[in-house]
Design a protein. Structure first.
Length: 300
């Protein structure tokens, strides 16, 4: 019998699920501590976060990182390398220029027109990261946004912490990015894949290990000057990606890898199913008309 509880952090709802009800309180405490620390250190929406201070020193000398921020940045670089730069942490300034300057719950749905222009992002390989010195130097004008990998990495980290410390089966869902760790409960972890909790279209699946992540362009949208925008940036243009997909769900060995693949598939467009097949990453893709296709071994 699975038991769960939820809390809000990182601008989203985070859910903790265990198969031992007596461990739920302890698991919640561990996950809350992990995620709230990540939010305090890695949020670009908090002026006092370490990430905000780092972004404020772009173009300057290398900055020594705390272990937590370094781990988050390394995770974002892994996502960038895995996707050939389609999921890139150097999109921060482009996301802000598209109007995403505060947490989504505080973001006005409507606003005046923005002056957006096409320009390629600087790119993750331009970051001067020194693993021995635990430091990074941001090129001038570059702002990091860890949102594309951050929640998935947080789910992996928090689920591992709870499972390791308590010796239990645990699943952590950070706004649709699900990581599972520990002994597999009987029958696995049931997960409903849908655009949101009120959606009329969904698929129920079972996860046994690793992670399952969904990326989409429908949940986080806003309008500026009558133009609809969203938060997934195409590094080749620096603008919200133009994609045939409304949402992509991917299963992988970790939630970080699943999220990176799902986001890359959105940006990749029509080439995504073949890429996911080659990578052997089970995926479910929903196009803007609501039609569903599968790749990488995911079945209906």
């Amino acid at each position: 019998m699975l038991s769960s509880d939820a809390f809000t952090a990182m601008g989203t709802v985070n859910t903790v699920v265990v198969d031992d009800a007596s461990a739920l309180v302890a698991a919640m405490a561990i996950v809350q501590t992990e995620i709230r620390e990540i939010d305090q250190v890695c949020s670009r929406f908090r002026e006092d976060s370490e990430l905000s201070r780092l972004n404020g020193r772009s173009g300057g000398d290398a900055v020594v990182l705390s272990p937590l921020l370094e781990e988050a940045i390394v995770a974002s670089l892994r996502a960038a390398e895995m996707t050939g730069g389609l999921v890139d942490p150097t999109v921060g300034r482009h996301v802000q220029e598209a109007g995403y300057t505060v947490t989504f719950c505080d973001l006005p749905a409507e606003g005046p027109a923005l002056q957006l222009r096409v320009r390629q992002v600087v790119g993750w390989q331009a970051l001067a990261y020194d693993p021995r010195g635990h430091a990074v130097r941001l090129p001038a004008g570059v702002s990091l946004d860890l949102g594309a990998s951050g929640k998935a990495w947080a789910a992996d980290r928090a689920a591992s912490a709870a499972a390791d410390r308590l010796g239990i089966a645990v699943a952590v869902d950070c706004g649709g990015d699900v990581a599972v760790r520990g002994p597999v409960p009987d029958g696995g972890w049931p997960v409903r894949v849908a655009a949101d909790v009120h959606s009329d279209e969904w698929q129920d699946v079972v996860v046994f290990d690793g992670g399952l992540a969904t990326s989409g362009t429908t949940a986080r949208r806003w309008r500026r000057g009558g133009v609809e925008l969203h938060h997934i940036i195409d590094p080749s243009t620096g603008l919200p990606a133009r994609t045939p997909w409304s949402m992509v769900s991917v299963a992988a060995a970790t939630c970080l890898e699943a999220n990176a693949a799902a986001t890359a598939a959105l940006i990749m467009g029509d080439r995504a199913p073949a890429w996911l097949d080659r990578c052997k990453l089970p995926a479910r893709l929903v196009d803007v008309s609501g039609d569903v296709c599968f790749a990488g071994g995911w079945s209906s």
